[in-house]
Design a protein around this ligand. Structure first.
Ligand SMILES: [Zn+2]
Length: 124
């Protein structure tokens, strides 16, 4: 897997963690920072694994549904808490359903930063 491309994006939303003993049990908001890494075995004839612009467009589309909502109300989090861990996993699954052009590009890892010092990553 010689080439890894990573882009950063973000969204803002509210969540509450049910069953958590502490302040996070109450509804509150975060500016979530998201790092999406994809890997590719090959490059196209102009030397790109995938166009960053294209990748950003896909990430933006995926994150849009989590932006300015209460995550607990989103269907993806009806059954489980919208923790950074579960959000990273949900984004990974959604990014995996996208198409990245001709190259053998696949999602490698999703990292979700809840605050500047705290992140959770998911990969398979
Ligand atoms: Zn929180």
């Amino acid at each position: 897997m010689p080439y890894t491309l990573t882009i950063k994006s973000s969204f803002s939303s509210a969540h509450q963690l049910k069953g958590y003993q502490g302040g996070c049990e109450n509804l509150h908001g975060h500016n979530w920072a998201v790092e999406v890494s994809v890997i590719s075995e090959t490059l196209n004839d102009i030397g790109l694994a995938v166009d960053f612009r294209e990748l950003k467009k896909i990430v933006k589309r995926v994150l849009k549904q989590y932006d300015h909502v209460v995550l607990n109300d989103h269907p993806d989090f009806r059954e489980k808490n919208p923790t950074a861990e579960n959000i990273a996993c949900a984004i990974y699954k959604k990014m995996g359903e996208e198409s990245y052009g001709d190259n053998q590009v696949r999602v490698d890892k999703i990292t979700v930063w809840e605050t500047e010092g705290c992140s959770a990553s998911y990969s398979e």
